[in-house]
Design a protein around this ligand. Sequence first.
Ligand SMILES: [Fe+2]
Ligand SMILES: [Fe+2]
Length: 234
Amino acid sequence: MSAKTITNVEAFNAAPEDYQTAVRKIVRSHAVNELYGAQVFDEPAIALAPTPYAKWLTCRVAMEEYGHHVRFRELGRQIGLSEDEMTPKGRRPLSIFEFPLKTWEEFCVIKLLADLAEIIQVEDLNHCSFQPLRNLARVTMPEEKFHAQFGKDFCTELCRTAEGRAKVQDAINRYFPLMPPFFGRSDSANNALFRKWGIKQNNNDDMRADFIARARALVEDHLHLKLPEVREAA
Ligand SMILES: [Fe+2]
Ligand SMILES: [Fe+2]
């Protein structure tokens, strides 16, 4: 077991091949998913936002999500990934990206719950053995927290009317079941490798359980809506 800190790209280049491959996988997946999400959800949401104030905040969210892609892509470039590998083109998307955004309520639910999933992933990287990735996670975190708070604030506001509550519940019913699989398979060989090298700290099922518990607190205790039942293992 080796979890010693790799402080920079030079040390990374001298690290075992297995370690390099594992870090590249994580950086590539973040670069791809940040860009995918920005294109499919955040940018289209600017047009759906109902007021100038909501548009302004949504522009900020979109700017930051594109910014996350730019940061991960830059780190990916430094550790030997090509630009082509770090865009959604030609890869099978996460299932959530296959449902184009149609309403403002859907966007608010995605920020409430999908950005919570992102926070849990980024929290795990806050202790990553590859220091440049750890640093990147730490600067990204306050922005992801802002996105989740944005989702919470707008969902809370929407839930003040019966019509708004019904629309938020409907979006939760359709989007939430797509989210637990984000955390990967229970028996993931990749995840075992990430933990062996101290790149990640937690196993997929523990992160998924944490996500479901925190999502339940938001949806049921805070919004007083219903969280659909999902399988805790994948
Ligand atoms: Fe992000
Ligand atoms: Fe985000």
